[in-house]
Design a protein around this ligand. Structure first.
Ligand code: B1M
Length: 221
């Protein structure tokens, strides 16, 4: 792996946002995720590679440490901030799709769940794939999804969940959407989700990554 990608992954893992950030103290005065991502783009490393070989592995490490009790919530938050700083640089590449939209895609993280990094990425990539994206944010209720569909008939819907405790909320949302708008295509995703869960709750598709979601959406038009 390019050295710079290893450095970015470390910044994500340690929550080093940028040069000015005094956190973590042992990395004070060093460039952070912000500057290094900009440099990686200048070195013409593909944005998709920066995402898959630096940002995602960095988050993976901090997630594993958190699971083992080696780091705590503030550490996760700093990692999320560092990842967002990187994503600001990647955003224009993921979003530079066709101007004419293929359709409308409503996306949100389900009720009770505040994780938005994966959902934001999916939104960016789908937008880059030529879709108009309506991002309902996090902690989104069934009513809010239905309300957005009322205003955008024919839109497809994407649900994201990162917690095993919020996965069941997907089922209620999918059921309510299908009751009112049976033809609506619903895609689900997020770390604890899999294909058999999608089948079980009546979602049309599960994808582990944003590109799968775009390919599926494109196949529906
Ligand atoms: Co949380 N958290 N967290 N957290 N957090 C996890 C998910 C956890 C696995 C960590 C762990 O224990 N190892 C664990 C869940 C355990 C479980 O349920 N089995 C966990 C926990 C327990 C919690 C809290 C309950 C902690 C607490 O308070 N005790 C709490 C819950 C808050 C809440 O939501 N109500 C909590 C809070 C937080 C922070 C706020 C501190 C922060 C989130 C900041 C933010 O999102 N703005 C945070 C973080 C950062 C994580 C980890 C470390 C990273 C998540 C992430 O952003 N990954 C995470 C551990 C991990 O995943 N390694 C963890 C990077 C992102 C790009 O990946 O979101 O999976 P991901 O998205 C991927 C794919 O899944 C897919 O595409 C993306 C790109 O590849 N995808 C889709 C996602 N949605 C999709 C939708 C699609 C298609 C694909 O179609 C629609």
């Amino acid at each position: 792996m390019e050295e710079i990608l290893t450095q970015i992954a470390l910044c994500i893992e340690r929550g080093k946002i940028n040069l000015e950030s005094p956190y973590p103290p042992d990395m004070k005065g060093q460039p952070g995720a912000d500057e290094l991502t900009k440099q990686a783009i200048e070195q013409e490393i593909a944005p998709g590679k920066i995402l898959s070989d630096a940002l995602v592995p960095g988050m993976q490490v901090v997630g594993e440490k958190f699971a083992k009790g080696e780091v705590y919530i503030p550490d996760l938050l700093m990692s999320a901030k560092a990842m967002n700083a990187s994503m600001e640089h990647l955003k224009p590449f993921f979003e530079s799709g066709e101007v004419k939209t293929r359709g409308v895609f409503i996306i949100g993280t389900v009720q009770g769940d505040l994780h938005d990094i994966g959902k934001n990425l999916v939104g960016m990539v789908v937008k880059g794939g030529g879709w108009e994206v309506i991002d309902l944010g996090v902690d989104v209720s069934t009513e809010k999804f239905i309300g957005a569909l009322d205003q955008n008939p024919g839109a497809a819907v994407g649900l994201s969940a990162l917690l095993t405790t919020t996965m069941p909320n997907m089922e209620n949302i999918v059921k309510s959407i299908k009751e009112k708008y049976p033809d609506t295509k619903v895609i689900i995703g997020g770390a604890p989700i899999n294909e058999s869960y999608a089948e079980k709750i009546g979602a049309d598709a599960y994808y582990p990554d944003p590109q799968g979601a775009v390919n599926f959406l494109n196949s529906t038009v």
